[in-house]
Ligand binder design. Structure first.
Ligand SMILES: *[C@@H]1O[C@H](CO)[C@@H](O)[C@H](O)[C@H]1NC(C)=O
Ligand SMILES: *[C@@H]1O[C@H](CO)[C@@H](O)[C@H](O)[C@H]1NC(C)=O
Ligand SMILES: *[C@@H]1O[C@H](CO)[C@@H](O)[C@H](O)[C@H]1NC(C)=O
Ligand SMILES: *[C@@H]1O[C@H](CO)[C@@H](O)[C@H](O)[C@H]1NC(C)=O
Ligand SMILES: *[C@@H]1O[C@H](CO)[C@@H](O)[C@H](O)[C@H]1NC(C)=O
Length: 393
């Protein structure tokens, strides 16, 4: 696909991003950031036109012998692609010493960067961006490729796992650069990556294999040998995959363009949404630990996700043992995707993954499901994260 047609497919205004408003103790600025990434793109032997195709796809990818019989991922070709990424940087005002530490937030599927910065009456307790600023840190949150205000290229040929990792690396390098245009004149000395769900895998992939993508950055390099992160916070994550089929079959994906043509008609048919608010909540929420109106807000403000990114995640040789930074795992106890609905007894095996990390902290007793931020216990989990950052970085 040519660059021109990629750009033609980008639909920057489909989803409004409500940034935390400047004024009350912090400064924020929205950006659209150009990046070039050079990565392998995989051929996917898959054609999704109708919801019938999708139902067959769900069947294929969740049948008990799926691993043996369903092989949609083919060969790869390396290519350089230009993308524009929607993002927001915020920093406390007046500045504090701690403002030189930035938390870089990578969201999961079905949402965009507003996952971290929801704005609705009563949303303060669910707003992680505001919490981080109140704790004195800078924060950078962005729409992953294929969502929100970022480019939305082909969900099959382009929105794949490797470009998501390389984009995160490029963005991190841009923030670490002296005189970065994206930090409101804040010098960034420390980077903490925070990833939710699919975003947790992306952030872990970046820090577990920094050399894999480092050579591909076309930007002026930052001071030599700066690592792309000093600590990692993973949430909606157990490092285990055996329950993802619950999420895939329970989520009952539909073609976004057919589901809501008013909003999404221009999107290629590999952009998907859950069938309704209840199928979305099955994977994301656990009763009675949330306010149903909040789950409805998240559904109304969802961002369609690309089928190609999860399909290609398995192509990345992700070895958690290669992580050499402190790691925190923050989990809702009833996470369906990560723990099959019950994290008790699961997270010991998660902690054991990080054999190379100097420090591993697991906070797994919050009452909530996969979208922990939007449960009543979300704020408690935010305090756990900033406590870890304060004690660690
Ligand atoms: C991306 O590559 C193109 C072509 O080489 C170049 O013109 C452009 O400046 C690059 N953009 C960035 C952000 O590096
Ligand atoms: C693509 O999938 C179809 C249907 O399963 C199969 O017949 C065909 O051989 C596959 N092509 C490749 C290149 O794997
Ligand atoms: C599902 O698998 C069958 C072969 O078992 C194949 O013919 C079909 O094309 C696949 N459908 C999708 C959407 O992947
Ligand atoms: C902030 O940094 C300055 C310069 O390094 C130092 O003198 C000052 O004590 C620090 N303040 C706090 C609150 O840590
Ligand atoms: C950043 O520094 C430049 C040059 O000193 C100045 O013009 C600009 O107002 C500063 N921006 C912020 C947000 O402080």
């Amino acid at each position: 696909m040519s660059l021109a047609s990629l750009l033609a497919l980008s639909l920057p205004l489909l989803s409004a991003v409500a940034a935390t408003k400047p004024g009350s103790g912090h400064l924020c600025k929205d950006f659209r950031i150009p990046v070039n990434v050079t990565v392998p793109y995989y051929d996917l032997n898959l054609s999704i036109e109708t919801n019938w195709d999708l139902v067959d796809y769900i069947f294929n990818s969740t049948r008990r012998d799926s691993r043996e019989v369903f092989h949609p991922v083919g060969a790869s070709q390396t290519a350089t692609t230009a993308y524009t990424i929607g993002a927001t940087f915020c920093t406390p005002s007046p500045r504090k010493n701690s403002s030189e530490t930035v938390l870089i937030l990578t969201h999961g599927s079905m949402v965009d960067r507003s996952y971290w910065n929801p704005v609705f009456p009563g949303s303060e307790r669910y707003n992680f961006v505001q919490h981080v600023l109140d704790a004195g840190y800078s924060v950078f949150f962005y729409d992953r490729l294929g969502s929100g205000n970022s480019d939305r290229p082909s969900p099959i040929t382009h929105v794949q796992f490797a470009p998501q990792v390389a984009i995160l690396e490029s963005l991190t390098r841009l923030l670490q650069r002296p005189n970065s245009p994206y930090t409101l004149n804040t010098t960034i000395r420390k980077v903490v990556h925070v990833g939710h769900s699919f975003g947790a895998f992306i952030a872990a992939a970046l820090l577990a294999a920094p050399t894999q993508t480092q050579t591909q950055i076309q930007q002026t390099p930052p001071p030599s040998q700066t690592p792309p992160g000093n600590a990692l916070v993973l949430t909606g994550f157990s490092g285990r995959f055996e329950w993802i089929s619950l999420f895939v079959s329970g989520g009952q994906a539909r073609v976004a363009a057919l589901q809501n043509p008013k909003k999404w008609a221009p999107l290629p048919h590999g952009y998907l949404v859950p069938a309704d608010a209840y199928s979305a909540a099955y994977g994301g929420f656990k009763s009675p630990f949330f306010d149903r109106r909040v789950a409805e807000w998240l559904y109304e403000n969802q961002s369609p996700y690309a089928i190609g990114e999860s399909l290609t995640a398995g192509t990345w040789p992700l070895d958690f043992g290669l992580l050499n930074v402190p790691v925190q795992v923050v989990q809702g106890r009833h996470d369906l995707t990560a723990c099959g609905g019950n994290c008790d007894g699961v997270l010991d095996s998660t902690a054991a993954l990080f054999t190379g990390s100097p420090k591993v902290v697991v906070n797994g007793d919050f009452q909530g499901g996969h979208n922990l931020n939007f449960h009543y216990d979300g704020k408690k989990s935010f305090y756990a994260i900033t406590k870890f950052v304060k004690e660690t970085v």
